[in-house]
Design a binder for this molecule. Structure first.
Ligand code: FES
Length: 352
C-alpha cells in the first residue's frame, strides 16, 4: 500500500445518500476509500473488508463517515463523542452569522427561517373543557406535516376524555403529578416523564394539582376530540407506557446528555420523545432527517437558522421542519433543559 493510501478519509459527521430499493452497496470500513462513504477498493492489503448491504426501499439515509458507529453502515450519533465538545460552532461560523437578523415574535410566533418557528403559547388562545385548558401550538397552518403539538393546562379534578383520533399520542408532564387514565387503565404520573397513548385510545387526567402537559399527535392531526364518554379500549398487549427521566440511564454526548423517553421500548415505532440538557454553548449548524418539536423546559438562549435568529426562553416551543438547518444556543449559565419529539423515530444524536 502506498503512503498516500494510508491516509484515513474520515469526517466527523455522516454523509446523506439516496439508496435505491434492491440495490447493493459496499460501505467503507477501512477508512482509506476516497469515495466515502462507499468502498473504492483501497482496503486491499489490509485485513478489512467493506460492509455489503442491500436497500429495502428507496430512501434517504445518513451513512457513517466517522467510522465510529456501532450500527454500521448507518450513523448512530457516535461522531458527537469524537471531540470533547459536542459540534460547537467554530469561530468562522460565529463570524459568518454576525449580520444575522433578529426575528421578533408577533402574537406569540416568530417565523425564523425556512419554516422554523419559535412559538410562545399565550393563555388567551386556550379553549376550555372542564378542568383542561388546551391550545394547538404546532399545527397544520405552521407547515407541520408529520406532527402537531398541544399545550394542556390542567386544574384539580378529572378532565373529560381527550383523543387524537386514530394516531399516536405522546404526552410529556412538565409540572404537577396525578394519574393518566388511558381508556380505563390508570397510570401514576409526575413531572419529567412521558407516556404513550396508542391509536384508538382516549385518555383523561385525574389530579388534585395544577399540571402542565404537552401532547404530540403523530401523524399530524390538529383536532383534539373532547368527550364526556369513553368508547375506546386499553390495548393490554402493550402494557408498558410510562417512562420517567432517570439521569443514571441518560446517554452522555460530550458535554451534554439526553435520554429517550417514549420510543421503541414502549412500542412507539414512529415517534421518539427525549429529554436533553445543554450547557452554556452554541451548537454548530446542523440538520436532522426528521420533523421536530422542542419545548424549552428551563433556561434561555437563541435559535439560529441560516441568516436569522430568535430569542428562546422557558416555556417556548420550537418547530423544525425536516432538514432545516439550525443551531440552538444556550446563553444561560445554568444550562438549558429541553424536551423534543420527532418523526420518523430514531436518535436525537443523529445529525448532519
Ligand atoms: S458519522 Fe459516524 S456515527 Fe455519525
Amino acid at each position: 500500500m502506498s503512503e498516500e493510501k494510508m491516509e484515513y478519509v474520515v469526517e466527523n459527521k455522516p454523509i446523506l445518500v439516496s439508496l435505491k430499493a434492491g440495490k447493493k452497496y459496499a460501505w467503507c470500513t477501512c477508512k482509506y476509500s476516497k469515495t466515502q462513504p462507499y468502498c473504492d477498493g483501497s482496503h486491499k492489503g489490509t485485513d478489512m473488508l467493506p460492509m455489503i448491504f442491500k436497500a429495502d426501499k428507496d430512501e434517504d439515509v445518513l451513512l457513517c463517515a466517522c467510522k465510529a458507529t456501532k450500527s454500521g453502515p448507518y450513523c448512530d450519533g457516535a461522531h458527537n463523542n469524537l471531540e470533547d465538545v459536542y459540534g460547537e460552532a467554530s469561530e468562522e461560523e460565529v463570524l459568518s452569522m454576525k449580520n444575522s437578523v433578529l426575528v421578533e415574535q408577533d402574537n406569540g410566533k416568530a417565523l425564523v427561517n425556512g419554516g422554523a418557528y419559535v412559538l410562545t403559547p399565550l393563555a388567551e388562545n386556550d379553549q376550555v373543557a372542564g378542568t383542561v385548558r388546551y391550545q394547538p401550538v404546532i399545527a397544520e397552518q405552521d407547515g407541520a406535516t408529520k406532527l402537531s403539538l398541544h399545550k394542556l393546562t390542567i386544574s384539580p379534578g378529572t378532565t373529560p376524555w381527550l383523543e387524537y383520533k386514530g394516531v399516536d399520542t405522546i404526552l410529556y408532564f412538565v409540572s404537577g403529578s396525578g394519574k393518566v387514565d388511558i381508556a380505563g387503565t390508570e397510570f401514576d404520573v409526575s413531572k419529567e416523564a412521558g407516556i404513550y397513548v396508542r391509536p384508538g385510545e382516549a385518555f383523561r387526567i385525574i389530579t388534585d394539582q395544577d399540571m402542565v402537559i404537552y401532547a404530540t399527535a403523530c401523524p399530524m392531526i390538529t383536532e383534539l376530540s373532547v368527550s364526556d364518554e369513553n368508547d375506546t379500549k386499553f390495548q393490554s398487549d402493550y402494557a408498558e407506557r410510562y417512562v420517567a427521566f432517570d439521569l443514571a440511564t441518560a446517554s452522555v454526548m460530550a458535554d451534554r446528555f439526553y435520554q429517550e423517553l417514549v420510543d421503541k421500548k414502549v412500542k412507539s415505532m414512529e415517534v421518539t420523545q427525549f429529554i436533553g440538557q445543554l450547557p452554556k454553548s452554541r451548537a454548530a449548524m446542523h440538520r436532522h432527517l426528521y420533523e421536530e418539536a422542542i419545548v424549552i423546559l428551563t433556561g434561555y438562549g437563541r435559535m439560529w437558522t441560516g441568516t436569522k435568529w430568535a430569542e428562546v426562553k422557558t416555556g417556548d416551543v420550537l418547530f423544525l421542519p425536516h432538514r432545516q438547518e439550525h443551531s440552538v444556543e444556550c446563553t444561560d449559565d445554568d444550562g438549558m433543559l429541553l424536551m423534543g419529539v420527532f418523526y420518523p423515530s430514531g436518535s436525537p444524536a443523529i445529525n448532519y
